[in-house]
Design a protein around this ligand. Structure first.
Ligand code: HEC
Length: 117
């Protein structure tokens, strides 16, 4: 009888550890679609987002870091700005959007979610 109890404790321990390891795995593996699309679209060639550990590949100082950008711009504006139908400070965005609508939608929504801390 005692060994049966020990057996069950062992089994529950193993299941528990598995669950823990799996939960941790899925947490680190989950990236917002917009973050992935941002990097895929090479926005990080110019823009860093220090709050999200994204480092700009450009050394030019006039490429703004987009940390907290969601406190300044809404997703809808970001979309139009990148499609160059909307201007910022009377200037159009320097790069041309050539990707899919869905990816731009994801990026714009994700950027809007980045609020100033
Ligand atoms: C060729 C370099 C370059 C690339 C590539 C680029 N940007 Fe920009 N972006 C800039 C520059 C420079 C500005 C600032 C323009 C200004 O102030 O008139 C800017 C401004 C912005 C702004 C407004 C920032 C603010 O402070 O108001 C957003 C949002 C933005 N970019 C998003 C993106 C996204 C999303 C991508 C990828 C699809 C991207 N950019 C790709 C150079 C770039």
């Amino acid at each position: 009888m005692k060994s049966l109890i020990q057996y069950f404790i062992f089994v529950f321990l193993v299941i528990g550890l598995y669950g823990f390891a799996f939960a941790n795995y899925s947490n680190t593996g989950e990236e917002p679609a917009g973050k992935k699309a941002f990097v895929d679209a090479k926005c990080n060639n110019c823009h860093g987002i220090s709050s999200e550990d994204i480092v700009s590949k450009s050394k030019k100082k006039d490429n703004p870091d987009l940390s907290g950008i969601g406190s300044t711009h809404k997703a809808d504006f970001i979309k139009k700005y990148l499609l160059k139908t909307e201007k910022l400070n009377d200037k159009k965005h320097p790069s041309n959007w050539k990707g899919e609508d869905k990816a731009l939608e994801d990026i714009a929504k994700w950027l809007e979610s980045l609020k100033k801390k």
